[in-house]
Ligand binder design. Structure first.
Ligand code: UD1
Length: 434
């Protein structure tokens, strides 16, 4: 009996996405505004009582979750078409709901702005998630350095500081979330704050640009040293969030994995340089026009070595999708995950498809094989889910993906977009059938 024959489905594991693989993707795909830039910008809207309008925001579950957190705090949020307006006039800094903050770690980004504007905040502990324990110690240490009294109490963190004051903060690790929380808090603190070893991700730069659009003063964004001059108040703005480099990267990898010809845009190609370099190394042809990228690839790709690192290194969010392309490459790829300790949840699923992957600590040895077959798969988290879809697109036969709701956290209409590129993919409503 084959591995897939022995699979027993459990309740809640009905297939949600069905992919019949083996078709090269061809065509153009539109990239949305970045999820990971939208979330901090939404949290930063708490820093002002004026309205903040964000045009062209994709309706993703993560965006909806943060919107609901903001609404629980008393913030008014309004959607008009694809535009989102947030107005934080009346705010209860104690009202963040535990079930929503635990569901999505990015909700913890409300801590810095609430504390800075109201002098108090009560925020549930975000807890861990499938990709690792993901502590918040760097957020707390940084806010303490800005003068906050921080108490942990029955699953909640309570912050108090009548007025934050600027400080010099060195981050032990360039955490994206901690850098963002500190940028927001420092924007309403007294005097100058310097954050050293800050995250340099494009989403951090976008948040800095947004804070400056509100009348803030953030300098050095995109470098490891950020300087923030706190203001007495910030005002509203209309702000266009950057394109989603991870969504763009996912479609480029899907193009490469299927031996396709895909144009992805609008993007800022500089944001995905590490990925483009690796795809070129794997044998794909990349045409980089700056605001869009075209990839053409012949099968099979060549094996490559990849190590995830904070930006401008290779992004951890694209580790799983790239591995899914490399399972059919010629030779053995060495993938090392240095950012999160448990980000190989997709590996057992890829093995079900016939992938040859050996894990040794933080390193995965991926030996390519042409014999990748469709299987019943289960998604564990957002980027693992994207990886499984990519693997299924390149596989022979049919794959059924359960727990595909993870995709809706970060990919807007994934199956429609892949379908328009010629993929045979459908979302089924099997769970609603008798
Ligand atoms: C953000 C992204 C996530 C991406 C990650 C890395 C959002 C909403 N999420 O997550 O999609 O995968 O960046 O690019 O933008 N760490 C600590 N202490 C802390 C904070 C982090 O030890 O206080 C560690 C984490 O455990 C992890 C590493 O730092 O090992 C990176 O985490 P971080 O950059 O903070 O990621 P997030 O902001 O959670």
């Amino acid at each position: 009996m084959s591995d897939s024959d022995t699979q027993v489905r459990q309740v809640g594991q009905l297939p949600e996405i069905i992919v019949r693989g083996g078709r090269p993707l061809r065509g153009e795909v539109e990239v949305e505004a970045s999820k990971n830039a939208t979330l901090p910008v939404m949290a930063a809207a708490l820093l002002t009582a004026d309205p903040v309008t964000l045009p062209g925001i994709p309706w993703l579950h993560d965006v909806d979750t943060l919107r609901r957190v903001l609404m629980s705090l008393g913030v008014s949020t309004e959607r008009s078409g694809r535009d989102l307006t947030v107005e934080a006039r009346e705010v209860d800094p104690f009202a963040a709901p535990e079930h929503l903050v635990r569901r999505m770690r990015a909700s913890f980004l409300i801590a810095g702005p609430l504390l800075a504007r109201f002098g108090v905040a009560r925020v549930p502990l975000p807890g861990g998630c499938a990709i690792g324990s993901r502590p918040i110690d760097l957020h707390l240490k940084g806010l303490q350095a800005l003068g906050a009294d921080v108490q942990s109490n029955s699953g909640y963190i309570e912050f108090r500081a009548p007025r934050l004051r600027g400080a010099n903060i060195y981050l032990d690790f360039p955490s994206v979330g901690a850098t963002e929380n500190l940028l927001m808090a420092a924007s309403l603190a007294d005097g100058w704050t310097v954050v050293e070893n800050a995250a340099q991700e494009p989403e951090v730069v976008d948040l800095a640009n947004f804070l400056n659009a509100l009348g803030g003063e953030v300098r050095g964004a995109g470098t490891p040293e950020l300087r923030v001059h706190g203001q007495d108040r910030l005002h509203g703005a209309t702000y266009q969030v950057i394109p989603d480099r991870i969504e763009a990267g996912t479609y480029l990898i899907a193009g490469a994995a299927t031996g396709g010809d895909v144009v992805v845009g609008p993007i800022v190609s500089e944001h995905i340089r590490p990925l483009l370099a690796k795809l070129r190394e794997a044998g794909a042809v990349i045409e980089d026009a700056g605001d869009y990228v075209r990839i053409t690839a012949e099968e099979p790709l060549q094996a490559i070595d990849v190590k995830t690192m904070p930006h401008p290194g290779f992004p951890t969010d694209l580790q799983a999708p790239l591995m899914a392309a490399l399972i059919r490459a010629q030779g053995t790829s060495v993938i090392t995950e240095t950012v999160f300790e448990n980000r190989y949840m997709h590996v057992p699923e890829l093995r079900r498809m016939g992938a040859d992957i050996k894990i040794d600590g933080r390193t995965a040895l991926v030996t390519g094989t042409p014999h990748i077959m469709g299987a019943n798969l289960r998604a564990s988290d957002l980027r693992a889910a994207a990886a499984l879809v990519i693997a299924a697109l390149g596989a022979k036969g049919t794959s059924e993906l359960s727990e595909a709701f993870h995709l809706d956290r970060g990919y807007y209409r994934l199956e429609d977009k892949l379908g328009s590129l010629g993929a045979d993919i459908e979302r089924c409503r099997c769970s609603e059938e008798p």
